[in-house]
Design a protein around this ligand. Structure first.
Ligand code: IMP
Ligand code: MG
Length: 194
């Protein structure tokens, strides 16, 4: 039986059209990814770099089940809105705290869609001469890809549909849902009064 946690989340839950990936499926995948990372980076003292804010839950869960020493840092970019997401405009609004020169970097993203954000950030980080840099993403939307980027650790392939939950937002909302779901079309259309 597939669990449906929508009812526990009141108005947020009723905005969800369909649960695309359950929290149980996410946890199973996270555990497989952390196992692979723990095996591949044994003895390398890797640095995990996450892109805020969407990566919050994924990175926290991943780290908790990684069994080797690992350090973390964050970068934040301007998030473009649902309406303008195809413009590929990226601006770093919070940079890494520490240098990554000669470090083994695992770059973690919530979702790779067109690949424009990732491509920009990878070029930026590669210029700082890390020993290695590999990409880990929980969600991948291959249909919308404009730039081909090798992804070393990948969770789920998603159809080209806007989804929320487990860190992913629509207008900064729905990040705290433990599952990933599509939104009812009325949510995109109705202007909301604050
Ligand atoms: P890309 O540059 O098109 O690959 O965009 C990736 C970024 O767009 C992600 O880091 C998300 O912030 C955002 N994004 C792409 N698809 C979705 C989605 O379905 N829901 C929420 N955010 C998304
Ligand atoms: Mg976002």
């Amino acid at each position: 039986m597939v669990s449906d946690h929508r009812k526990q989340y009141g108005s947020m839950g009723s905005d969800i059209q369909e649960i695309v990936i359950t929290s149980e499926q996410i946890q199973e995948k996270v555990s497989a990814l952390s196992h692979a990372i723990s095996r591949d980076y044994l003895g390398l003292n890797p640095l995990m770099v996450g892109v805020l804010k969407g990566v919050l839950f994924f990175m926290a869960d991943l780290l908790r089940s990684i069994t080797i020493p690992i350090e973390i840092d964050f970068i934040a970019v301007s998030s473009y809105s649902a309406e303008t997401r195809d413009q590929g405009y990226v601006r770093v609004i919070k940079d890494l705290e520490n240098p990554i020169h000669n470090r083994h970097v695992i770059f973690v993203e919530d979702v790779i869609d067109t690949g424009l954000t990732l491509n920009y950030l990878l070029q930026n980080l590669r210029a700082r001469q890390p020993a290695s840099i590999e990409v880990c993403t929980l969600f991948n939307k291959p249909e919308h890809r404009l730039i081909d980027i090798p992804i070393r650790y990948k969770g789920f392939d998603l159809p080209d549909e806007f989804v929320v939950g487990y860190g992913l937002d629509f207008k900064e909302k729905y990040r705290n849902l433990p599952f990933v779901g599509s939104l009812k079309s009325s949510i995109f259309q109705t202007p909301r009064l604050k």
